[in-house]
Design a protein around this ligand. Structure first.
Ligand SMILES: Nc1nc2c(ncn2[C@@H]2O[C@H](COP(=O)(O)OP(=O)(O)OP(=O)(O)O)[C@@H](O)[C@H]2O)c(=O)[nH]1
Ligand SMILES: [Mg+2]
Length: 578
């Protein structure tokens, strides 16, 4: 597979850099079009950022402005929105959201709310469509159509291999032309037809889970992609934020909440509506092994190389094309691609994939040590950074293992080594053999959903249940102790505060759902996030009269309304009214 790697937010941009480095020294001395640079696996990429200051302060000027045709490029998420945009004025006045916000202060709920409004508020939809030439959303459509799509096979109508007809007809119905307003910004790129083969057949998002920008944009951009191509493979690699404060002193609780909201949303979007798989890494494990972010980012790149390697082992089938890989991720034991595709459409939640990576010198040749280096020794649940598991988990709980291996090994031997360690049957192990560079041999094993089925596993340090229990409990505590901070974000209008209050604190809201998730984790239930939850969704809907009061400027009326709702809530809690 050849992904278009999309780094989002500060961490996403840094994680993306090593993937886009030019491997061909000769090309560096020529004035070659950047798009032709030789990257590992021939990948392409783009950095999406909401803070203009962050792209301007790059010391190494690694990323140029993609709108000016520079590559590798960055794209400012709100670059298509004018200062005097009527859509933005409406949004600011009614809700207090700003399309041109410079970063989101580690708040995943900001972008979540913002994008939901675009789906629900008919007036906003009309304004947006009118101002942005048919775009449903001024941010996600811009990032997808201007930033990402030109780097993919979709830009020329080259499509995915299964159900092409369905895809094309969906496309012709839904795909919209670039609005003139945005077209004039674009310098034509050197993407003629013979370059089509060089384009990407899937998307891989890179972002930290724990910020606002990175975590907040994955779902909305995926929705924009899905409107164009329902089965285009979309994967995400999320880095869970480390423990303690981060550099601009955001507390662990706040970042954990951002991470949990993002994880909840990514993992409760049904098949065909969001991503096809979430690769999870733990920043805490990487921080214990590496001194700084740059070393961590180097490691992430190294660990993903076996997946990106396009040199298949001679004689092995070409099985690592992105669409095939997508079907394997969702695999419901169906026999052929069409059956698998039907199974995928059956409202499943996307899988979590835990990457486990290990490398050793090629003279070693010992398969057992390679597999154990990645997965840890049998019975060692709590290694936390001492072996190749990049997120805490127990490999014996995995549903499946996808093995990307570079070096000269027998297929049956590889399967046997993985079966011995995981207890999986042969049919649940998929092996992708690659040639590698002959100086070292390495393996990346993606474990699908390695958790569940055991009561009390959350108490074992080093299990996936334990790590999730920890961040969910931290998030609940943060929600309970920081109502003011969460609801009084400086720009929110009363209407937004009211909806945010319901989302966080009302019975059935995210706090309640997270309490349930803790119980599910404790009892070994799978999955532990079970129901999609919206801030502005139907269940939270205010009546028209209430909305009217909330958007009015009469403070007294607003206070009366809020007090009445608060009193109602208390009476309901005490069972006095129902
Ligand atoms: N791997 C890696 N992680 C980083 C890096 N910089 C920050 N982080 C982690 O990412 C978290 C914050 O994510 P950012 O990417 O900075 O946040 P963002 O997506 O830009 O979101 P906002 O700035 O809140 O809008 C930090 O708390 C760190 O845990 C980096 O260079 N590499
Ligand atoms: Mg940022």
């Amino acid at each position: 597979m050849k992904p278009c790697i999309v780094g989002i937010g500060g961490a996403g941009g840094s994680m993306l850099k090593p993937f886009l480095q030019n491997l061909d020294l000769n090309l560096m001395i020529h004035d070659f079009a950047g798009n032709d640079r030789l990257t590992y696996g021939d990948v392409k990429g783009i950095w999406l950022e909401s803070q203009t200051a962050d792209v301007e302060k790059q010391k190494d000027h690694y990323y140029g402005n993609s709108i000016k045709g520079q590559y590798p490029g960055y794209l400012i998420c709100h670059g298509g929105v004018n200062e005097d945009s009527s859509t933005n004025t409406f949004l600011k006045n009614k809700y207090g959201f700003d399309l041109k916000a410079q970063g989101y202060d580690r708040r995943a709920e900001y972008l979540k709310g913002l994008f939901e409004i675009f789906e629900l508020d008919e007036n906003l939809k009309r304004l947006c469509s009118h101002e942005f030439g048919g775009y449903d959303n001024a941010l996600s459509d811009y990032m997808w159509k201007i930033g990402i799509r030109p780097l993919t096979i979709i830009s020329t109508g080259g499509s995915t291999s299964v159900k092409d007809e369905t895809v094309s007809s969906a496309k012709s119905k839904r795909s919209k032309p670039l609005p003139e307003l945005l077209r004039c910004f674009l310098k034509p790129r050197n993407l003629n037809s013979d370059q089509n083969t060089k384009r990407c057949d899937c998307i891989l998002f890179l972002a930290s889970l724990g910020g606002g920008t990175g975590t907040g944009f994955i779902n909305p951009i995926s929705s924009a992609v899905r409107l164009d191509e329902p089965i285009f493979p979309i994967f995400a690699l999320g880095m869970l934020t480390e423990k303690g404060e981060d550099s601009p002193q955001t507390s662990e609780g706040q970042r954990d909440l951002a991470a949990v909201i993002a994880l909840y949303d990514l993992l409760t979007k049904e098949s065909g509506k969001g991503i096809d798989g979430l690769i999870l890494m733990d920043g805490q494990i990487l921080k214990e092994r590496f001194e700084n972010y740059s070393a961590m980012d180097g490691m992430i790149y190294e660990a993903m190389k076996p997946l990106l390697d396009i040199r298949n082992y001679p004689g092995d089938e070409q099985q690592d094309e992105a669409q095939a890989f997508r079907r394997v991720l969702w695999d419901r034991d169906a026999k052929n691609p069409m059956e698998q595709e039907d199974a995928i459409q059956k409202r499943l939640f996307p899988p979590v994939l835990i990457p486990c990576y290990y490398t050793q010198p090629d003279w070693n040749g010992d398969l057992k040590s390679l597999v154990e280096g990645a997965l840890g020794k049998k019975g060692h649940v709590s290694s936390l950074g001492l072996d190749g598991r990049l997120f805490p988990c127990d490999p014996e709980k995995a549903e499946r293992a996808l093995v990307f291996i570079r070096g000269f090994f027998e297929l049956t031997e590889i399967k046997k080594a993985v079966m011995d360690r995981t207890g999986l049957s042969e049919g649940k192990i998929k092996v992708y053999r690659k040639l590698g560079d002959s100086r070292s041999e390495d393996v990346l094993i993606l474990l699908r959903n390695p958790y569940g089925g055991e009561i009390g596993a959350h108490k074992d340090k080093g299990t996936l249940e334990w790590r999730f229990h920890d961040i969910i409990a931290e998030s609940i505590e943060y929600i309970e102790k920081n109502e003011m901070n969460i609801l009084s974000y400086h720009s929110y209008k009363p209407l937004t505060k009211e909806y945010m209050w319901k989302y966080f604190y009302q019975s059935g809201g995210i706090k309640d759902q997270l309490y349930k998730s803790l119980k599910y984790l404790e009892s070994g239930r799978k999955p532990f996030f079970c129901r999609e939850l919206r801030i502005f969704g139907e269940s939270a809907k205010l009546s028209q009269a209430e909305e009217q009061i909330m958007v009015s400027t009469n403070l007294e009326e607003q206070i009366t309304c809020i007090s009445r709702r608060e009193a109602e809530r208390l009476l309901m809690e005490k069972g006095i009214i129902h």
